[in-house]
Design a protein around this ligand. Structure first.
Ligand code: ZN
Length: 284
């Protein structure tokens, strides 16, 4: 479920320029980061800005009951990670990977959008949502009602399964039913290729066009709001900094401090759903 276009795509925005930015930003020092400006309220900003880009991470979905798999006790601390190379090379790794996916999907399929997701639907209805970039693979933004063509899923989606040989897409619920019946690795009906969730695995490259478009959106917004991301995973962590350096207001709404807090115009560590409902539903 990949967005086609949030805005006119700039084909000149190459991976090379993106890598240049990584190098540039990695040289930043805390001394160069200006002081916080917390005077403005989020509702004031949402009222004033017209082209808002949102970046969401696991933190927005924890309020829907989907655990952050990176957190202590999360599934990533129980299951070892399987790289795409291991998946391709070993049947046992493919089986192990699917066992993990079978269990993690149970949390996803029973989750419903929360106040935070719903507030972003309101933001879109009011015509202020330029693009919704997400690190999440749970599909809850679409279920809440945001338009698919405004959503960029950086890490793919767990709601679909793809054949690694012919790229045929399958509904995830059908594959989940297979997994509940058998430990056999699911294969493609058409070509016999191995099936894998349409997510970006460890060792697998993100889709270049998705990264490039996310960078483009970050560069052409007037406000960039991070919601529920620790901003420790690249390339997502680079996007807010790119937006800010391109002239946008930058806000961070996350339960824990992030590396960009001191660089941002607004920071809040309160629960996302409650803050967004108040800021978005009341002010617009
Ligand atoms: Zn196939």
């Amino acid at each position: 479920m990949v967005a086609k276009a949030c805005a006119p795509f700039n084909a000149n925005y190459s991976i090379k320029s993106f890598l240049t930015l990584i190098t540039h930003y990695s040289t930043l020092t805390t001394q160069s980061i200006r002081k916080l400006n917390l005077k403005l309220d989020l509702s004031d900003i949402i009222k004033a800005k017209k082209k808002i880009v949102i970046l969401t991470g696991a933190g927005i979905s924890t309020e829907s009951g989907i655990p952050d798999f990176r957190s202590p006790g999360g599934l990533w601390s129980i299951y070892r990670t399987v790289t795409i190379q291991e998946f391709l090379a070993n049947e046992e790794d493919r089986k192990y990977y699917w066992q993990y996916k079978r269990e993690s999907y149970k949390n996803i399929v029973k989750a419903n959008p929360n106040d935070g997701h719903n507030a972003l639907v309101t933001l879109e209805k009011k015509g202020k949502l330029q693009c919704l970039i997400t690190q999440n693979i749970d599909g809850l933004h679409q279920i809440a009602g945001n338009s698919s063509n405004l959503i960029l899923e950086l890490h793919g989606t767990d709601r679909q399964v793809i054949c690694l040989k012919c790229s045929k897409l399958y509904n995830r619920d059908e594959i989940q039913a297979h997994l509940e019946r058998s430990d056999d690795v699911p294969v493609c009906d058409d070509c016999g290729g191995w099936l894998k969730p349409a997510t970006v695995s460890f060792g697998q490259n993100l889709q270049p066009q998705i990264i490039e478009q996310a960078m483009y959106e970050s560069e052409h917004c007037d406000a960039f709001l991070v919601i529920g991301s620790s901003l420790t995973v690249h390339p997502a962590a680079l996007l807010p900094e790119h937006a800010k350096r391109s002239g946008a207001w930058l806000g961070i709404l996350n339960g824990d401090p992030t590396p960009l807090d001191s660089f941002s115009d607004w920071v809040c560590h309160d629960p996302a759903g409650q803050v967004l409902q108040k800021a978005i539903n009341i002010t617009i």
